[in-house]
Design a protein around this ligand. Structure first.
Ligand SMILES: Cc1cc2nc3c(=O)[nH]c(=O)nc-3n(C[C@H](O)[C@H](O)[C@H](O)COP(=O)(O)O)c2cc1C
Length: 189
């Protein structure tokens, strides 16, 4: 698959890093966009060089002339992980200020899969309204919530659960966590 992954300035860079690692292992083509604020948070929470190394192409948020700005460029799906409340608001309200929001709105207009992984808590009313608007526009809002039915032992297990959920929306098979009702726990992609 050809997948756009966008990282914005919310906490959660390790989730993006793991998603990129798994997509790379699966030989998917990855177009990575990192916002200015996202880059600062990746530096604090993960390894920026490693994150970039998984991508086939890396774009800055101001590279609006990038091929992925156009609906004619073949892309199968886009994931914004983590998705800040600011980027969520721009996507939900159609404010195309940078390449991330442009590519997300192109995904919606082309009826492609768009997964948003917002990270904020507690939620102010405008955040909830924007999640509703984004959902109504066709995006999947996937909250990186804590889950315990897969018997996580490490933070990595919790991250893998979220990454697995994203992959399920993209239609990509994985073995990142024990599904409800299945025996055994399998690690790795
Ligand atoms: C250390 C730090 C952590 C932040 N964490 C979050 C967060 O978890 N969720 C969020 O919505 N915004 C968070 N913000 C605020 C965003 O970075 C800010 O709204 C920014 O303008 C987002 O821009 P972007 O979406 O273009 O990356 C954080 C900011 C800083 C400095």
């Amino acid at each position: 698959m050809r997948i756009i992954v966008a990282i914005t300035g919310a906490s959660g860079a390790p989730v993006a890093e793991r998603l990129l690692e798994v997509l790379k292992k699966g030989k998917h083509q990855i177009y990575l966009i990192i916002s200015k604020n996202g880059e600062a948070i990746v530096r604090a929470e993960a390894d920026l060089a490693k994150v970039k190394s998984y991508a086939d192409r890396v774009f800055r948020e101001d590279e609006l002339e990038a091929p992925i700005s156009s609906g004619s460029f073949p892309i199968d799906a886009m994931v914004v992980v983590p998705c800040s409340m600011k980027t969520l608001a721009e996507i939900a309200n159609g404010v195309e200020e940078n390449l991330i929001v442009r590519a997300a709105l192109v995904s919606l207009k082309q009826r492609r899969k768009l997964v948003l992984v917002p990270r904020e808590t507690p939620l102010a009313e405008p955040y909830i309204v924007n999640m509703l608007k984004a959902t109504r526009a066709g995006a999947v809002v996937l909250l990186p919530v804590l889950t315990f039915y897969h018997s996580p032992r490490t933070v990595q297990d919790l991250i893998d659960f979220i990454v697995g959920r994203v992959l399920e929306i993209l239609g990509i098979e994985h073995n990142l966590y024990k599904r409800w009702g299945n025996e055994g726990f399998s690690e790795g992609a």
